[in-house]
Design a protein. Sequence first.
Length: 396
Amino acid sequence: MIAKNMEFLVKNSSAIRAMFEEGKKMAAEVGPENVFDFSLGNPNVPAPEEVGQAVRDLINEGDPVSLHGYMNNAGFEDVRQKVAENLNRRFGTSFAVRNILMTVGAAGGLNVILKALLDPGSEVLVFAPFFGEYRWYVQNHGGVLVTVPAELKKFQLDLESAEKLITEKTRAVILNNPNNPSGVVYSEETIRKLSDLLVRKEREFASSIYLISDEPYRELAYDGVEVPYLTKYYHNAVIGYSWSKSLSLPGERIGYLVLPDELDGAEEIQSAAVTANRILGFVNAPSLIQKVVGNCLDAEVNLAFYDQNRKALCEGLKECGFSFVKPEGAFYLWLKSPVEDEKAFVAAAKKYHILLVPGSSFACPGYVRIAYCVAYEKIQRSMDGFRKLAAEYGLC
Ligand code: PLP
């Protein structure tokens, strides 16, 4: 017998598995080259050369005992120092070793900071559309997820609704920029307004409201669009970063949290987060890959690859008559379903072997997500199916 509250989660995972199985079945029927699977956010650009080189150098030249051994639960000091210096150079911040905690990806980092901050019943505000896993991360630590409805004009933030939903129990706000699933980058103006709102609400409730910035896509921004660095705008901002997408290392499980000295109760939060990292069973972020990323802080994935896909997809879908939000970051395109029931639209797309994710998975029905981290050739070849799909709905 499994725990009651796992029953729903297991059912949910089997729905995802069912989609995966469906894709495999489709591939067996029509050939994998004819299945256009836009459902997964798995990077398919290889990690930069420097990563492989750093692995080889460390294995060949590093001290194997310390390379593979336990270290401080916060991570290797030299790596944390390099991360702090890199951030200070890029964003004009003044972080030190104590402000950086190496984590098991962004997911690990989010669970660590939520474990450190939430009491039973603490409320965590999220803005739709949002990465569905937040629901479970908040629930993991006894929190209550409060969803701010989507701002449907530009997919920035509906701060009027947020204002009404913040209460004395609001302990944290999670913001994901660039955004999965919308591909939108929240602008500096939006961030300033959000920060003003949170400062106002902290005064009203005499509370601390922590803004957790979930940034696995920070480096994936196009056309020179700036992604504001939140610690510069708000005193209670925590940054959660990962190299899953920026260096195409999702399986390596490596990221970090920035816990600035400006946080209310900074010292306590820094040590609570280190303890959380230990007692959640992570103990520390994987050792070898910590050293690797520490030696590759200036390496970059080939962004041009995603950009080429983004442009081809935008052009093609526009010609078909679809409406969508202009993607500025990450590798997702947020398409308006031509019918209210976007699940019916997702089902219709399958006829053309196009796999999409319904917006309701991200608390925003009426839209679908297209993950364009696929081969360019797949985008080109999928257009015939998209055209037929659009024709079915009278769009072209
Ligand atoms: N946050 C968002 C918005 C994501 O899209 C993802 C992964 O897709 C994560 C967090 C988890 O990232 P990681 O693989 O670094 O744990």
